[in-house]
Ligand binder design. Structure first.
Ligand code: ARG
Length: 579
């Protein structure tokens, strides 16, 4: 709809230019927004205010001329001038009803695929192995998965890349610890977290142990067979823990999506050589650096991206450069989205700049850091266990399900046990995911079980429940949401409001895809659920006064249900038919 309005305005501008009202050569970006208040129409544009100056007119005068020059369109019932010169567009409800009728007949709910397909690489999850995944990896995994799903739905070719940290000094520590305790190895490995902590403790307390650990890293990097074998073993154990978490979370990540840091090992010397050949390298204290003029420290000196240490070792940045080259040149990505902690923002700005300068990425590849804030505890401080340790993700998910179980059982004690378990899973896991997704990506947020499991407010339980309410209407009727036909007629105010919002689904998904901000979809679904509630209270469905009205309201309810279900699925939430 906004596109249509933009085109209409463009045509009016062309006419006014031909008539000499507007000077030739203006190419304004025409902005059309959704109106907040329905009494001001459905859409608004500030174009008259933008162009008043070059036209030499008062904004309201230009607005009048624009309205006169706007071609008629069946979707628009009227256009009004408001305030200092806004153009307010009112949508024709018959045209809106027709649009929704088409959406109802479409599996994709009328959402068009992207015009030109893009190849998008999504870098997500990417935990460091050798430790178990902890809450810090939750956000990247959940947000990245939701955005990937939306991109796929819109028709993009998405490649998920789990850039796991599988190559680093931590492995020397583990190898040294294993060497000290060969007998207990297998049993201790079962609890990798424990094993890691024990190794770390030895590393911190014993100089000799630390030396041995460093020696073993060198051996590992030189490709010593036994070291490699054990390293592989650590990774297998660690990755199987990750996979368990992904499955629990219902996140679409498989072993095929893993391309860890070690996959780029062989390319690192070539990356450094390429930078040298381009004349970008400077040696500083024996380390190989690229200095970037546009990034400076507090004293005003250029900051380096270090790509090789004095001892010859490569760094996180070097691997990222190799990964960028692979993603742009081999995977031929049009966009690469990095779902990584906001605290790495400078790292990404800098390696993006180096990659561009060195020509590692094609001109046509967009590199976008989709940073996110820190997950804090309910007290607003970084999320920790009571004794100050890191919280294991799997424990967190267990607790979420247990709490959801108690909650649901309290409400429905008569439900059979296995159904209760199923509901507890959808609600518990859904609550953890939704709480994360519904926050603005870049802000920090407080993890709070009580809030996320509340049936009120913008939460998973509220939305899952809203969907079951729609589903129950159709259950009573003995029909599926897909099996409803008839004519949609928008009469009541609540019907109009719900319909107008339903028609925005595609636009919202487009914004999520463009900005990598799933909270926009959450806010939309929450709003939709609220509009459905007022519709449901004010417009009886099964008790409607005429069969035609009943049919029309059923159509509206069916589309709401299907939109909620599709939206929740794109967020990675499991929906329930009843709860
Ligand atoms: N393993 C890193 C960490 O936990 C995140 C990697 C993100 N992806 C990347 N291409 N750098 O901090």
């Amino acid at each position: 709809m906004k596109d249509t309005i933009r085109q209409l305005i463009q045509q009016a501008l062309t006419r006014l230019t031909e008539d000499g009202v507007l000077p030739a050569g203006l190419t304004p970006a025409i902005q059309v927004e959704n109106s907040k208040d329905k009494s001001h129409g459905d859409f608004a544009s500030n174009i008259a205010m933008m162009l008043a100056k070059p036209a030499g007119l008062k904004p309201r005068e230009l607005a009048e001329k624009l309205i006169a020059a706007l071609p008629a369109n069946p979707s628009i019932s009227k256009v009004e001038i408001a305030g200092p010169g806004f153009l307010n567009f009112f949508q024709n409800s018959d045209a809106l009803a027709q649009r929704l009728q088409k959406a109802l007949a479409d599996e994709r709910l009328g959402v068009r695929k992207h015009g030109d397909l893009q190849r998008v690489v999504v870098d997500l999850s990417s935990p460091n192995l050798a430790k178990e995944m902890h809450v810090g990896h939750l956000r990247s995994t959940i947000i990245g998965d939701a955005v990937a799903r939306v991109l796929e739905f819109l028709g993009d070719a998405v490649t998920r890349q789990n850039h796991v940290g599988d190559w680093g000094t931590q492995f020397g520590m583990l190898l040294a610890h294993l060497e000290e305790n060969p007998a207990s190895a297998e049993s201790e490995l079962a609890d990798l977290e424990q094993f890691y902590r024990a190794a770390k403790k030895r590393f911190d307390e014993s100089e000799a142990f630390a030396d041995r650990a460093r020696q073993l890293v060198v051996k590992l990097q030189a490709g010593e067979a036994e070291c490699l074998r054990l390293w592989q073993r650590f990774n297998e154990v660690s990755l199987s823990h990750c996979q368990e978490v992904y499955e629990r979370l219902g996140v679409r990540l498989t072993p095929d999506d893993i391309r860890g840091e070690s996959a780029y090992n062989d390319e690192l010397p070539g990356i450094v050589q390429a930078l040298r050949d381009k004349g970008l390298l400077t040696e500083s204290d024996g380390a190989q650096c690229v200095f970037l003029d546009e990034f400076r420290n507090a004293e005003g000196n250029p900051l380096p991206v270090i790509v090789q240490k004095a001892g010859g070792g490569y760094l996180y940045a070097t691997t990222d450069l190799a990964a960028m080259r692979y993603r742009s040149r081999v995977l031929e990505a049009d966009r690469v989205l990095y779902f990584v902690d906001q605290r790495q923002a400078l790292h990404f700005q800098m390696v993006f700049a180096v990659a561009r300068r060195a020509g590692f990425v094609r001109e046509g590849t967009d590199l976008e850091h989709m940073g996110f804030g820190t997950m804090n505890g309910a007290d607003g401080r970084p999320f920790k266990t009571r004794d100050g340790g890191t919280v294991k993700l799997i424990d967190l998910l267990d607790e979420a399900e247990q709490r959801a179980y108690a909650l649901v059982k309290g409400k429905n004690p008569e439900l059979p046990e296995d159904e209760l378990r199923g509901i507890a899973r959808a609600v518990g896991i859904g609550a953890v995911k939704y709480a994360d997704l519904s926050k603005h990506r870049t802000s920090d947020y407080s993890f709070n079980f009580e809030l996320m499991l509340s049936f009120e407010g913008n939460t998973a339980p509220y939305l899952l429940y809203a969907y079951t309410r729609v589903a129950s209407v159709f259950r009573k009727l003995g029909k599926s949401l897909e099996a409803i036909d008839g004519d949609l007629v928008l009469e009541a105010e609540q019907e109009q409001a719900l319909a107008a919002r339903l028609a925005q689904f595609g636009e919202v998904l487009g914004n999520v895809a463009e900005k990598g901000q799933p909270h926009l979809l959450c806010a939309y679904l929450y709003d939709l659920a609220g509009l459905f509630s007022s519709f449901y209270e004010n417009c009886p469905i099964l008790a409607a006064d005429t069969p035609a009205r009943q049919q029309s309201r059923l159509l509206l309810a069916a589309l709401t249900g299907r939109t909620l279900r599709q939206g929740l699925e794109l967020l990675g939430l499991e929906t329930l038919e009843r709860m």
